[in-house]
Design a protein around this ligand. Structure first.
Ligand code: GLU
Length: 452
């Protein structure tokens, strides 16, 4: 990382972040990635240095941590820890999902919140960055248990959120069911129907069309733009996706609709390979309806399909790889296997799924385009912002109109990253383009709003 002479030493700042936030390696990783291309930017903008924009950016504006007790179906009491981090509100109310996963720590939520600041800035919409979550494992829990947990969580969270303050949505482990329970309790406690306090609601009661599909569809729209830059199309390409959750499923759906053959995906139990192309209806049945494991696919589908227990899908040769599972799921070895297998485009559907070393492999490989999640997976939060817009005007858009606006947003994000990279001597580097463009938008707003 380059050192800046104008007053902010970026290496020193990274070290300070590490010292001040011990035991949060993912947060450190996210900060390192954003700061890496900013040296020359700060040299061009001494006003950012003077106003200590970066030092303020790496410190969340606020962090709330609270206990969530709940009772399971057998009458046993459990205690979970939940949190909500408001990272930056220069561009709008804090906006970002809630993640329910037993691994969730404050460090996880801070890394996600930090990423969200720049991702949301890239959308060009009026949303700041925040994130929340709890170390609750929804897997294997009944609907009633999930409801009681969500109600208990909202009994504290309600006082920290609102349409103009902080607007949570879903993330891993939080989808329509959880948002429904969270919204119901918010409505009950506040005595208001403040639809814009949460996004990802059901389409019959204030939710936006396309929100469910938006992250996966948006990812594929972004890939389409990457390919278009090379005068190529998705039609006829082989694709491998990791994960089998909301992002993956709708990425598969859109990739198939645009003519690609998706030959692999995965879940926490292992990797599925179907050379004939995945049967998405069966995957939806297994993962969304039955909430079970992918392994059952092979028996039900027949043909050439195979499932490897405990494996990742990155040994399956493909031209386009879409990591959509979780942070740091794709390491250097996986990246090398993908490059060897002929990958030409890698775009992140999850947040920070590639390790630093894996990113370096893709960036060093000849002819491989790599897009970071904060650019390529921004479609989800963009449609959340559309949902807020519709809720504020008590209006509802059609599926087609929303999908068109999503496509336009992904195209604009792609163009912003491409142009910004080129303007800063990083031609073709989506990581530098995304981080610089996101930073500039937030930094200008912070500068204009004074030292707050
Ligand atoms: N959790 C999603 C993300 O990582 C969406 C957040 C939202 O819609 O607020 O961007």
């Amino acid at each position: 990382m380059s050192t800046n002479t104008a007053g902010t030493d970026l290496d020193e700042l990274v070290r300070a972040v590490e010292d001040r936030n011990p035991g949060e390696p993912e947060f450190h990783q996210a900060v390192r990635e954003v700061l890496a291309p900013l040296g020359p930017v700060l040299e061009r903008h001494p006003e950012y240095v003077k106003a200590r924009i970066l030092e303020r950016l790496v410190e969340p504006e606020r962090q709330v941590i609270f206990r969530v007790p709940w009772v399971d179906d057998g009458g046993d009491v459990h205690v979970q820890r939940a949190m909500r981090v408001g990272f930056n509100s220069a561009l709008g109310p804090y906006k970002g999902g809630m993640r329910f996963n037993p691994d969730v720590t404050l460090g996880t939520i801070k890394f996600l919140g930090f990423e969200q600041v720049f991702k949301n800035a890239l959308t060009g919409l009026a949303i700041g960055g925040g994130k929340g979550g709890a170390d609750f494992d929804p897997k294997g829990r009944s609907d009633d248990e999930v409801m009681r947990f969500c109600q208990s969580l909202m009994t504290e969270l309600y006082r920290h959120i609102g349409p103009d303050q902080d607007v949570p949505a879903g993330d891993a482990g939080v989808a329509a069911r959880e948002i429904g329970f969270l919204f119901g309790q918010y409505k009950r406690i506040t005595g208001t129907y403040a639809a814009g306090a949460l996004t990802g609601k059901g389409t019959g009661w204030g939710g936006a069309q396309v929100r469910t599909e938006a992250t996966g569809y948006g990812l594929v729209y972004f890939v389409r733009e990457m390919l278009a830059g090379r005068y190529e199309e998705l039609d006829g390409r082989t694709v491998v996706v990791s994960g089998a959750g909301n992002v993956s499923i709708y990425a598969i759906e859109k990739a198939q609709a645009l003519g690609a053959t998706v030959v692999g995906c995965s879940d926490s139990s292992g990797a599925l390979h179907d050379p004939d192309g995945l049967d998405l209806d069966l995957i939806k049945q297994l993962k969304l309806t039955e909430r079970g494991h992918l392994g059952a696919y092979v028996e039900r589908r027949g043909g050439e399909a195979s499932f490897e227990e405990g494996a990742t899908p990155w040994r399956i040769p493909c031209e386009i790889a879409l990591p959509c599972a979780t942070q740091n799921e794709l390491d250097e070895k996986d990246a090398k296997a993908l490059v060897k297998g002929g990958v030409r485009v890698v775009a992140e559907g999850a947040n920070m799924p590639c390790t630093d070393e894996a990113v370096a492999v893709f960036q060093d490989a000849e002819d491989v385009l790599y897009a970071p999640g904060k650019a390529s997976n921004a479609g989800g939060v963009a449609v959340s912002a559309f949902e807020m817009e519709q809720n504020a005007s008590r209006n509802g858009w059609t599926f087609e109109n929303t999908d068109e606006r999503l496509q336009a947003t992904m195209k604009q994000i792609h163009e912003t990253c491409r142009r910004t990279a080129a303007e800063h001597d990083h031609e073709g580097d989506y990581v530098a383009g995304a981080n610089i463009a996101g930073f500039l938008r937030v930094a200008d707003a912070m500068l204009a709003q004074g030292v707050v």
